[in-house]
Structure formats: C-alpha cells, structure tokens
Design a protein around this ligand. Structure first.
Ligand SMILES: Cc1cc2nc3c(=O)[nH]c(=O)nc-3n(C[C@H](O)[C@H](O)[C@H](O)COP(=O)(O)O)c2cc1C
Length: 157
C-alpha cells in the first residue's frame, strides 16, 4: 500500500525552488519542491521543511525565508543546494546572491523571488509547514519555471 501511495504521489507536480534563510549573521539556502501558494489576501506561500534541515533551525528562529524560482536550465543549482547541508558547508562560497527586505539570500539568476515573513508554522510529520506572508516579490528574468522531475536531478537509480 505504501508503495502504491508513493507511486500515486509522484503524479503531483511541483516546481523547483531554493529557500533562503538568514540567522545569527549566517546565510544559507536549500532546495525544496514542496512549495505552494495559499491565499490572495494576504499573499501567502507555504514551504514544507524537514525538521533535520539546517534551514529548519534557521527559519524557525528567524521567522524569515526567501524563495527563488528556478528555470529548467538550473538543475545543477538544485543539486548544489539540495545535496549538502549549510551546517558544515558555505553553499554561497561561489554563488552570488542579493538580499531584499528580510535579508535572506536570493539567487541572482532566479526567474523570480519572494521574500517572506513566517506567520504560522504547522506540524507536518517529519516536516514543518511554514506559512509565509510575501513582503516583496518580483520577476528577475523572463522564462518558464522548472517542473520537478526526480530522474533529472537524482538519475534513474
Ligand atoms: C530536488 C530536491 C528537492 C528537495 N525538496 C525538499 C523539500 O521540499 N523539503 C525539504 O525539507 N527538503 C527538500 N530537499 C532536501 C534538502 O534540500 C536537503 O536536505 C538540503 O541539504 C538541506 O540543506 P540545509 O541542511 O542546509 O538546510 C530537496 C532536495 C532536492 C535535491
């Protein structure tokens, strides 16, 4: 049954995003595909962040996060930010970023960004679903957003 549910869940489509955080003088970011719009008024975005992620620690304490939207030619960035932890690596050592109102890092090459203030956090099993009010957001580069395809990022294994 679990396998069936897992296979069925693969039919849900997601984009590919980089979630930026800033806390205690440090910036970090991680890849996330579990990101969604939630309301028009105010404009709300939800992100599901695993409790073991360093980003979880940072977002929980700062109450802030940014979302950078990736395009289909930016899969390498999703690996860079998704395969190692900011706990022991500076993922921004060779990657330039900008900051807006929250100070959380936003990728300069993103298609679009959102800067969010956490207004609510719901327990979601091994994740926390952080709901953020969008304080600022804009398109940085024209283009279509990436659609998450597991094989493209993780290979066929
Ligand atoms: C394609 C892809 C999608 C991911 N989606 C999520 C996600 O939606 N939520 C999550 O908590 N982790 C997700 N991850 C895992 C985190 O990006 C990964 O654990 C990262 O190393 C955490 O970094 P941090 O410890 O610096 O926060 C994803 C990873 C990849 C490669």
């Amino acid at each position: 049954m679990d396998k069936q549910i897992g296979e069925a869940l693969k039919k849900i489509t997601n984009g590919v995003y980089i979630i930026g955080s800033k806390y205690g003088g440090k910036v970090n970011a991680m890849t996330a595909v579990w990101v969604t719009r939630l309301a028009f008024k105010p404009q709300l975005l939800g992100v599901a962040i695993g409790k073991s992620r360093f980003s979880h620690h940072m977002i929980e304490r700062s109450g802030l996060f940014s979302v950078s939207v990736l395009g289909p030619d930016q899969i390498a960035l999703s690996r860079h930010f998704g395969f190692k932890s900011g706990r022991d690596t500076d993922k921004f050592a060779d990657i330039s970023y900008l900051t807006k109102v929250t100070g959380a890092p936003i990728l300069k090459t993103a298609l679009a960004y959102f800067d969010c203030k956490v207004v609510s956090a719901a327990e979601a099993g091994d994740h926390t679903f952080f709901i953020g009010e969008v304080l600022e957001g804009a398109i940085c580069h024209e283009g279509v957003p990436a659609i998450y395809k597991k094989e493209e990022i993780f290979g066929n294994s």
